[in-house]
Ligand binder design. Structure first.
Ligand code: PRP
Ligand code: ZN
Length: 288
């Protein structure tokens, strides 16, 4: 026991690279991790445990790991006593029902009497119950997408992210069960070691800063002095913009942090107000 916070991350899969990228953006110096079960971070009191994603909720519940990064899909299926500390904005996917391209499924009632293969029996059962449907479930631990072509099931209920797996198996989405993204979880119980709480708060602070930075951009431009009021009204800045004098007397430089998605909505108005030399820069961290 080295007192480090133990964070479980998916060993190999959809969330692995993005999870490590987020930790790196938090300033953590992660060594080459290939084929290792545990990696200690050189510059932060944290150990990363690489585990199968399906096992992460249980390991966190039982205290084998203190926290974990996992998809909501896995958490809802496993019904463990864990709490979501933060949604992480990556690993977005949906749990859906899909059937072979050459079959038709018009309405939800058509699921009655069908056989559905899935690795998510609990979630699927509650979806069927909620919609008062009577279908047969076949639980498979992997490669669910091949069940219809093997004649084992009429439909599958599985995760779709890019849609490649469905396409390659000639399957078509019919109904969505729910949307999911990666989240940071901890056990519902308080940590026995108070210092771990401090480490968790530190990592949460860093993660939140990276997440806000991701959706924000740094906007810079030059404007004629007399359009300042107009320009300030156009910019949806998180805080009051910075205004700087330039060597050229009739111009001002305006800098502001804006929500990234608003840029294309305001660009024409800024130009019409006389803005020139407009620059939009990424932000690595943003503490509010
Ligand atoms: C899901 C699902 C498919 C794949 C779909 O697996 O079972 O195999 O992702 O993704 P796509 O739409 O981008 O092709 P998941 O990543 O949850 O891994 P696991 O079942 O091995 O845990
Ligand atoms: Zn899995």
């Amino acid at each position: 026991m080295n007192g480090n916070l133990k964070l479980a991350v998916q060993k190999k899969g959809r969330l692995t690279d993005k999870s490590l990228e987020l930790l790196r953006l938090c300033g953590l110096d992660i060594e080459n991790y290939s084929e290792r079960l545990v990696v200690s971070i050189r510059n932060f009191p944290l150990d990363i445990l690489f585990l199968r994603d399906d096992d992460i909720p249980e390991y966190v519940q039982d205290g084998v790991a203190d926290v974990g990064i996992v998809g909501e899909n896995v958490i809802f299926e496993k019904q463990t006593e864990v709490k979501i500390q933060e949604k992480l904005g990556f690993g977005r996917c949906s749990l859906i029902l899909a059937h072979p391209n050459d079959k038709e499924l018009k309405e939800i009632g058509d699921l009655n009497g069908k056989t559905i293969a899935t690795s998510y029996p609990r979630i699927l059962k509650s979806f069927l119950d909620k919609n008062k449907l009577d279908a047969k479930l076949i639980e498979l631990s992997g490669s669910v997408e091949i069940a219809p072509s093997l004649g084992v099931a009429d439909l599958i209920c599985d995760i779709v992210s890019t849609g490649n797996t469905l396409m390659m198996n000639k399957l078509k989405k019919s109904f969505k069960v729910f949307d999911s993204e990666a989240v940071l979880i901890s056990s519902e119980k308080e940590f026995e070691d108070a210092n771990k709480k401090v480490i968790l708060n530190d990592i949460l602070k860093r993660i939140r800063s990276v997440l806000t930075a991701r959706t924000s951009k740094y906007l810079m431009m030059n404007i004629p002095k007399d359009s300042l009021e107009k320009v300030v009204r156009i910019i949806p800045a998180l805080k009051s913009p910075t205004v700087l004098h330039l060597a050229e007397e009739h111009l001002l430089a305006v800098h502001a942090v804006i929500p990234a998605k608003t840029f294309w909505d305001i660009i024409d108005d800024l130009k019409a107000a006389g803005a020139s030399g407009i620059l939009l820069l990424p932000i690595e961290n943003l503490i509010q």
